[in-house]
Design a protein around this ligand. Sequence first.
Ligand code: AVI
Length: 356
Amino acid sequence: MAVLRDSLGTLKGIVEMATYVQAVDIRHFATADEREALTREALTREVRRGLTARPRSLSPWMFYDAEGSRLFERITTLSEYYPTRTERAILAGNADAIIAAAHGDRSLPLRLVELGAGTASKTRILLEAALRVSDDVAYVPVDVCPDALELACQNIASALPEVRLQPIVRNYVTHPLQLDSFDGTTLALYIGTSIGNFSPQEAELILGNLCSQLQTGDALLLGTDMVKDERTLLAAYDDNDGITAAFNLNLLHRLNRELGANFDAARFRHRALWNSAESRIEMYLESTREQHVSIEHADLDVHFVRHETIHTENSYKFTDRGIRNLLEEVGFAIRGAWKDSRGWYTLTLGCLRSRL
Ligand code: AVI
């Protein structure tokens, strides 16, 4: 299928992504060997689904092997990729106000629960603010990756030993969280614009599941990248140094390494486009020629025609109204919102309404 031949615009609206989930929950599988086997199984399933579908797609969880995670860390430092540093600056300038808005009754203990915590580097800013108003602060980082969680806990434990750590290894998308009951205020964090990598339906599901674990008056801080001029958006996903291209192409290298595929990455190129109708950046890998690829462990041969694409990621961009609709739909009332001076990024605080 030659969908990119004449114009990138022809792709708009016709591509549906696979769900952004690794359909496996590794929490019960302690050893590295077991985790590796399960990951390979999930990769095989996703490759069979995504590369036999039309149009072809692969789910973005596949980006994040060790090399992909390293490349993503580099992306976050690029001059073109503004979301990470913008969010950090908003947090640094407003952490006390955010904590005050979320934690009205200072006599109560405060618990911060972070979905997709990663290494928790930005969360530290909020934990420091929390410790300025309370001496009873707990931090519950939730992540599918045990190594990232360990690093997050080490970072927080050495910088802020007063914080009680309660890490949870969990794929919060496939397996909804189950939080222990808590006699105090919970502030859930979903920052880093991670929500943007999910479809609106998936986003509602994730936040709805989170909501079911909170009590009236608990809060959610949501980080979202905002709609802005197309040039800025495209540059953030197609930088001059080619790091985002390497991040996208690493998916093919990963399939070579882990599934015995024979992709020649030089015969594919990174494409990013802005789909204004869907309000999202879309990333693709485009075959630059007709070619055959075999993926040995998936028992699959794939024929690509010239300019055929694999859809690898969506990154939704938000408006104030979109954020309000999403949060209100799942049961939150907006209590505050903090932006940078250009309005490129928003941290929104929602408070859980009474379910009655
Ligand atoms: C992880 N996620 C929020 C990033 C984003 O901006 O959608 C992933 C990314 N893809 C390319 N660059 C960054």
